[in-house]
Unconditional design. Structure first.
Length: 127
């Protein structure tokens, strides 16, 4: 991400849209942070995804993470609308993720997983 609002160049593999057509693309918080700073570049990417039948998805905790620290109700609403304008679905989290999948992810990542946030684990468990 550019800190000086320089133009960002997204590097999309040539066959990306073809390979992901009729599939779901799950977004983490960083995508929305960068998209907010580079609306034109990401806007084109999101439009091309939808045009190529790629379903854009995130999870509730990503929305919470993205909106965290909103200075006032208007900013909060603006950030929620921003995400809602991009994704096709915001998936809720169910308790099965905590009981069935997250423990296995923790064991799989062992020491390397110390820096993972709960949102990262939930995204992994959602896959």
């Amino acid at each position: 991400m550019s800190k000086n609002n320089e133009k960002l160049k997204l590097h999309i593999p040539e066959d990306f849209y073809n390979k992901f057509s009729k599939k779901h693309l799950l977004f983490d918080t960083c995508v929305f942070i960068d998209a907010m700073s580079h609306k034109q570049e990401f806007g084109d990417f999101f439009k091309n995804c939808k045009k190529n039948d790629i379903t854009l998805v995130t999870i509730d905790p990503v929305v919470f993470e993205f909106t965290q620290g909103a200075e006032n109700p208007d900013k909060l609403e603006s950030k929620i609308k921003f995400i809602s304008g991009i994704v096709d679905y915001i998936l809720p989290i169910n308790s099965d993720l905590f009981t069935k999948y997250i423990p296995s992810l923790i064991l799989e990542y062992k020491e390397n997983g110390k820096g993972l946030s709960i949102t990262d684990l939930l995204l992994g468990a959602t896959l």
